[in-house]
Structure formats: C-alpha cells, structure tokens
Design a protein around this ligand. Structure first.
Ligand code: FMN
Length: 216
C-alpha cells in the first residue's frame, strides 16, 4: 500500500506553485546564469511524468550555444512577421508590441521532441496523438518545477518546426512539441501577461464545465 499522504500545507504549496506559474517572456529575464544542476532538477521531473503505455516518448535538446539560439531567433522573427497578418487591424497593432519569446534573453533554451515508438504502444492504439500529449505532460511538470525553483519559463510556439529540426539536427521522425526558454526573472507577474494587457480574459469554470452531457 502506498502510505504517502500529503498534508494540508503541502496541498496549499502545490496550489500556490500552480497559481503562480507564469509564462515568462524576454523582457522579464535577468542575465543571471542557470546552473547545470538546476536544469537537471527540471529534467528530472520530466522523466517522472505520465505517458501513454509508459512509453516515455520524449527527448530534450539543451541549448546554451549563442549561435544556435541566434538561428532559432531568426526562425521566430520570420514566423512572427507572418503571424501578425492573422489578426484584425485593431489587434495587429497590439500584437506587434507584444514580446512573445525569450530565446536570446535566457541562458538556457530547451527543445522538447516527441519520438514515436517503433512498436505498438499500449493505450495509443486508437488515438495516435496520445504520444504527443504525453510529451506535453512532461512540459507541464517542467514548468511547475521551474516555478518551484523560482526559474522563469516561456513556451515559444511561433516557429517553423522543420527549420528548428534542421538547426538542431533532430531525427526525421521526431516531432517538435515545445521550445522553452528558461532563466531567472526580475519579477513573476501575479496574473497572465495577456490578461493584464487585456488581450484575453480568464474564462470562468461554469462556462466550460458540463454535467453529464452537453445540452442540446
Ligand atoms: C502550448 C502553448 C504554447 C504557447 N506559446 C506561446 C508563444 O509562442 N509565445 C508566448 O509569448 N506565449 C506562449 N504561450 C504562453 C501563453 O500565452 C500563456 O500560457 C497564457 O497567456 C497564460 O499565461 P500564464 O502561462 O502566465 O498563466 C504558450 C502556452 C502554451 C500552453
């Protein structure tokens, strides 16, 4: 029997970490270096994440090299240029002023890949995407552990995955799931930056929770 019970205080701490987890962008990061030991602690919680059929289909590329970051930052710049066309005139004005990555502002970037299994995976036989979702679970663990270590983490998805793969020499069958920027910060915001900037607001639970089935 697993007799590890958690206390009220531990529950409160977990909730605090979740509540204060933030996506951190470039303008918040400081120049303070991130030790290998801290990076290792973040990777160790990825290792213990849940995965479909215990397939553990994740691979990580730790990027400290400035030239590599520079190449990724160029991919972001090109994609972001295209991205702004997708917003209405009014939103576009705001969009161009948003800082949406911290690639060059952080000491460590981590590219997270999904490595599909050669064999069948228990539980992944009907919904193939479960493998990729497993990698996202690992990313969430990393995000929470980073916050617990007072390290800021930002997820950058305005990237051409094929170009990123080429820069990182990733195996053909691997799929880029997340590109993360990690570093110490001058401040963790109290609420999402996009909420503070009135880009989006938090959706109340009662709007997304349905009882038994969706209403007709
Ligand atoms: C799958 C995923 C992709 C994201 N990609 C980006 C991104 O490319 N650039 C960015 O600035 N934020 C990105 N974010 C961060 C979200 O904007 C952020 O999580 C959201 O605004 C809520 O803020 P919070 O994480 O601080 O609570 C991403 C988040 C997720 C979960």
């Amino acid at each position: 029997m697993n007799n590890k019970y958690f206390t009220e205080r531990q529950r409160a701490t977990l909730q605090e970490i979740m509540r204060h987890r933030r996506d951190v962008r470039g303008n918040r990061f400081t120049a303070e270096p991130l030790s290998d030991d801290v990076v290792q602690q973040i990777l160790q919680v990825a290792e213990i994440s849940p995965s479909v059929g215990f397939s553990q289909p994740w691979e990580f590329v730790i990027i400290r090299d400035q030239q590599t970051k520079q190449a990724i930052a160029s991919v972001f710049a090109a994609e972001n240029e295209k991205a702004k066309q997708q917003f209405s005139e009014e939103k576009r004005q705001q969009y161009v002023n948003l800082k949406l990555e911290g690639i060059l502002n952080t000491p460590v970037n981590i590219a997270v890949f999904y490595r599909p299994s050669e064999d069948g995976v228990l539980g992944q036989t009907s919904m193939q995407e479960m493998g990729e979702y497993s990698v996202v679970c690992a990313v969430q663990n990393m995000w929470l552990m980073s916050r617990a270590l007072n390290v800021g983490m930002g997820w950058v998805s305005i990237l051409d995955p094929q170009k990123v793969k080429k820069i990182l020499n990733a195996p053909k069958k691997n799929k880029l799931i997340a590109y993360l920027c990690l570093g110490y910060v001058d401040e963790f915001l109290e609420s999402p930056e996009l909420e503070q900037l009135k880009w989006e607001s938090r959706v109340p639970l009662d709007r997304v929770v349905h009882q038994n089935r969706y209403k007709d």
